[in-house]
Ligand binder design. Structure first.
Ligand SMILES: [Zn+2]
Length: 479
């Protein structure tokens, strides 16, 4: 069975065929580091981290490049994001980008997003950008005016092939003075003449200035991945003009295709609305981690297909919390039971269950990285495993089979960190101690010593051990 990817360029699912067999060269647009990362960033980078992880799980050698935009990204108002940030924080621009780059990486680490193999910074690739712009001028695709250089969209017949859009204005061109100097309002800046108050500028053949945002990605992706490369990813909100312009710059200068597969992830909404500071619904990851467990947030993002939008509401977060709990409870049961499980043959029902679940998660993920499909298969397995374990005491080999599958798929392929096995192997002793306390609590309760029984429960809760009373007795788990 082949891996299939929805290619935004052809607007259909295609069988994935890498340029070099067994290897994948992949690029994803990185953050502009002028502010803390927010929940929308979490969705994008978890989505693409899962793609990278799953490709590796399937045996591909992946070279993953994701840039850091530390110069050149303008707001719709024409203001420079980095400069605006430096004024806000009273920091030098490079101090600001360093500060927020570190904080971004911290956030991604907590979400178990693997660091890209190469994380180039735009400010470190100015010479390459200048050469690329020169090639575009020489080939007749770009023109210089007042120390700025613009890409002439009309010269590229293919412009619009990704987004289906052509005539709309590009991001950097909304200011009137900029509009005046462009030949066509759709043209976009490759190089901007630095205004006197602009601190970040470099010498160029056109005078002091700084690069446009789109050229950064064209230059840094092809520098490390070659041209063409296999997969280019990014948020759907960047399809136009950013990705469209990346393609145009790359292909006009060389006549060679840029990237073979384009992947776009859908947006995150907060209670049905786009996240905006002005709406008061802007949630940074640092704020989110104060309230929610990072692994639960990751799980929440994986419960929806990467291409779709996702709505962050109390209800959807609650559903994700309960869902992840079901899976981790099975994990705890396995590692608690394993040390004392009987020797013997592998339970045929469990062997079959692991086999069908493995086939099912791979079939889902091979179908354009369908994580909700894979998670549904994990839930099915959990339900059946719980029934089997309630019914009998499976052999250690059988439990180990499930444990190995869960660790391999959940941790490696989709990046869901399971609680450490030490906490379970420690179940040897810690578990025995908890059981002892539970027995004492049972005796206290039958002697109607409610206050003391509750005190045991509260003290265990304070230690991160949650008790659940049911008619069948009391169960416990680490939280
Ligand atoms: Zn980009």
């Amino acid at each position: 069975m082949a891996l299939v990817i929805y290619n935004s360029l052809s607007r259909q699912k295609e069988v994935f065929t890498p340029i070099q067999p067994g290897r994948v060269h992949m690029y994803v647009c990185g953050p502009t580091v002028y502010h803390d990362a927010h929940l929308g960033h979490a969705k994008t980078y978890i989505n693409f981290d899962t793609v990278v992880r799953y490709l590796r799980y399937r045996g591909y050698r992946v070279l993953y490049v994701q840039n850091i935009t530390d110069v050149g990204h303008m707001l719709d108002s024409g203001e420079d994001r980095i400069l605006k940030g430096s004024q806000r924080e009273q920091m030098q621009p490079m101090q600001l980008t360093e500060y927020y780059t570190r904080r971004y990486l911290e956030d991604m680490d907590r979400l178990n997003v693997l660091r890209p193999d190469i994380q180039p910074r735009a400010s470190g690739h100015i010479t390459e950008m200048i050469s690329w712009i020169q090639r575009l001028i020489e080939a007749g695709y770009a023109y210089e005016v007042n120390g700025s250089v613009y890409f002439s969209v009309a010269k590229d017949e293919d412009y619009g092939k990704l987004s289906g859009r052509q005539l709309e204005d590009s991001l950097s061109g909304t200011r009137v003075d900029v509009l005046d100097e462009k030949r066509d309002p759709a043209d976009f800046a490759l190089w901007k003449n630095a205004a006197p108050e602009h601190i970040l500028h470099w010498p160029s053949p056109w005078g002091e200035g700084f690069p446009g945002w789109h050229i950064e990605c064209t230059v840094m992706s092809t520098k490390y991945l070659g041209q063409p490369f296999d997969i280019h990813g990014g948020g759907v909100e960047n399809k136009f003009p950013h990705h469209e312009s990346e393609i145009s710059q790359a292909e006009s200068a060389s006549g060679v295709p840029f990237a073979n597969y384009w992947m776009h992830n859908g947006m995150l909404f907060i209670r049905g609305e786009e996240m905006h500071k002005s709406l008061g619904n802007f949630i940074t990851l640092k704020q989110a981690f104060e309230r929610w467990d990072p692994m639960m947030l990751r799980f929440f993002m994986l419960l929806s297909h990467y291409r779709g939008p996702i709505d962050f509401t109390e209800e959807s977060i609650g559903a994700a919390t309960r869902g992840l709990e079901r899976l981790t409870n099975l994990w705890y049961s396995l590692i608690q039971r394993l040390p004392s499980a009987p020797e013997g043959e592998v339970d045929p029902e469990i062997a079959k269950l692991v086999e069908t679940t493995t086939a099912s998660v791979i079939a889902s993920m091979d179908d354009d990285f369908n994580t909700p499909g894979a998670i549904a298969a994990l839930f099915d397995m959990t339900r059946e495993m719980n029934a089997i374990m309630a019914d009998r005491d499976p052999s250690a080999g059988s439990l180990e089979l499930v444990r190995t599958f869960m660790a391999g798929f959940m941790e490696d392929a989709i990046g869901l960190q399971l609680p450490s096995e030490d906490s379970g192997a420690g179940a040897d002793k810690a578990g025995a101690l908890v059981e002892l306390l539970l027995e004492t609590r049972r005796e206290l309760r039958s002697a109607k010593q409610w206050a003391l029984a509750d005190e045991i429960r509260d003290k265990l809760t304070a230690l991160g051990i949650e008790l659940r009373d049911s008619p069948d007795g009391t169960t416990w788990k680490y939280v």
